[in-house]
Design a protein around this ligand. Sequence first.
Ligand code: CO8
Length: 260
Amino acid sequence: MSFETILVEQKGAVTLITLNRPKALNALNSQVCAELVAAFAAFEADETQGCAVLTGSGEKAFAAGADIKEMADKPAADFFLQDFFADWQAKLVKTTRKPWIAAVNGFALGGGCELAMMADFILAADTAKFGQPEIKLGVAPGMGGSQRLTRAVGKAKAMEMCLTGRMMGAVEAESAGLVARIVPLADLLDDALKTAQTIAEMPRMAAIANKEMVNAAFETTLDQGLLHERRLFQILTASADKAEGMAAFVEKRAAQWQGR
Ligand code: CO8
């Protein structure tokens, strides 16, 4: 599969996807949208791959938003009829069952912040800056920012950021719960790949189930979420990897996962 706006590499069991329009601060256009959908579908389908990392090329930006130059003259009917960027919710979030990490290496603004928030978690460079500045363009978040940012950092900060367009630095983002950890920029990619490798080496069914149950916390009542968690736990007890994991613990040896 060949791409023009992203780079895709396999590093062992980890797929590294790099947004690759550095001159435009990795702005997200229709081609990026389609190429990311294809890259995530390939990652999901490839049994040798257990986790993915999404990052931006260059040292300045993860992605500075949807491509303003592409959107500037687009008629409203096209946004509506083409359902601009709706595929990411369907394909990157809903049908990607394996875990993936956003390694945010600079600006993550507008659609860039929204794309990072679609990941299972965010690792942020100390230089990262998050924001939803769409109001300054006469619009508003359109890929989940008003919903995911609010769930991540609460109403007060999300509302202030959406209404003023101000950016949040890495330290504030970590303390607000938007990012899992801050890493020096120079170490970000190595750290993200190592973290992804750790996840990729986990028993596959358990990794998918853990992701699914944490995500259920955002979609269900507590009762439904607890039931969902219990049922997934019970399903995992039938897996070969459960038998192996528990036997290995008792026998004080390393487990040999089958991924089933
Ligand atoms: N789109 C297109 N090009 C961009 C974008 C962008 N979002 N951001 C930066 N660029 C380009 C610039 O035009 C410039 O290109 P050129 O050299 O050809 O003029 C190049 O990248 C470098 O940018 P700057 O010179 O501006 O770099 P600075 O260091 O001075 O500033 C900033 C960096 C602060 C990041 C600045 O570039 C900026 O403010 N960018 C725009 C940020 C923004 O407003 N993002 C939100 C966009 S709207 C959006 O994401 C909506 C998502 C929902 C859509 C869903 C539809 C349903």
